[in-house]
Write a protein that binds this ligand. Sequence first.
Ligand code: NDP
Length: 451
Amino acid sequence: MTASYDYDLFVIGAGSGGVRAARFAAQDGKRVGICEDLRIGGTCVLRGCIPKKLLVYAAHYAHDYHDAVAYGWDKVSPEHDWGKLIAAKNVETDRLNGIYINLLNGPGVKTYDGRGVITGPNTVQIGDQTVTAEHILIATGGWPFVPDIPGKEYAITSNEALDLAERPQRIVIVGGGYIAVEFAGVFAGLGSDLTMVVRSKLLRGFDDDVAKELGEALEREGTTMAYGRTITAIEKTASGLVATMDDGSTMEADAFMYATGRFPNSRNMGLEDVGVALGKGGEVLVDAYSQTNIPSIWAIGDVTDRMNLTPVALYEAMCLLRTIFKGEPTAPTYDNIATAVFSSPPIGTVGLTEEQARAKYGKVDIYKSRFRPLKHTLTKRDHFSFMKMIVDPATDKVIGCHMLGDDSAEIAQGLGIALTCGATKAQFDATIGIHPTAAEEFVTMRTKEAD
Ligand code: NDP
């Protein structure tokens, strides 16, 4: 430990990864500082996972009220108050902001309000204050990207969508990734007329069958899908906003939400000046231990664009602390990390997609199941669950599990444990199911797809 520095660790960015690193280092007796130019808590807590999921819950009630009638409930005629939802969501995000502040204050992390600019290998400037640190950690996350088209100032992103004064009655969502499909479920569920503009396909990188099932489900629920299209300009008119499409057609709506990816938050923080290497997309380049090319500067989380998920940023933070303070160099590994998309219906997934599995193993065994969940035998709603399992025939190991349907996010977590333990298909088959559940399908898949 070098006492000549102000801090043992100075963290730039108080989101999930930064707060985790700061507070655990401080709990361990290190002298730690952290700066943040927005609110403490970061994307997941304030502008992402948490508020988004609260809105997803809100949207689910639309289906639940509808389904309740099939179960004998009467006089169900709900109305939704968007303003009340946003206010309730804000109460919760404010509460979480307070918790995160306490998480830092408790172990004695010194917080700075402002943007951190790195001015040397061991120096950070925040406004007119300069601090020195033996280790600097960049944990500044990402920010929504909107393509540069005329009228882009009329577009909103997930940041604004979470705080709109009114719910747009006609909304166009551009993009086909996680954020696009999650907000699609929110706005369609709450009653907006929704069009999705998807330049290629839904959920690139996910298993194709699951993505296809989701696209079909969105259309069944009334979403207009404009595949293969992009928007070239947006204009404001007397009746709303009008977009011109790449085929010359036009589309009018009250809001255009862009969910066209996120770029790493690495600009205007002195990284180029100090010589920190950045990738093509602006991501901070790090080695397996989250170290940049400047040995005293480290980076974790979305700003490194490895696997942009909160639990992964937390894990990278814990590995980093072992590496720099415990003398145990620890490289995070990224296999079999279960994840979910809170679309409607949701997706839960762990391991390889069929495409990835075939590329890696050549021949693979595929098991699939598609069924109407028990709940919907009474509601008669066209709502299906889909499950898929991928097995390496050489070892019998299950190498991928994918599900679209109610509770899939909850189910995927247990599957993540099984795959992390290297479970075989025979072990899945030997597991007794829980009846009647959807999850039991994963232990009763007996029929291989024909090659
Ligand atoms: P993604 O990168 O997942 O998806 C971006 C989408 O926008 C793709 O469909 C892409 O199409 C499309 N696109 C990109 N550029 C353009 C363009 N110029 N014009 C039209 N379409 C375009 O980004 P998201 O914003 O959805 O999510 C960002 C990250 O946040 C993800 O990495 C994810 O890990 C994380 N996240 C995780 C969640 C969870 O765990 N549940 C929830 C939300 C976000 P194409 O496929 O053709 O490139």
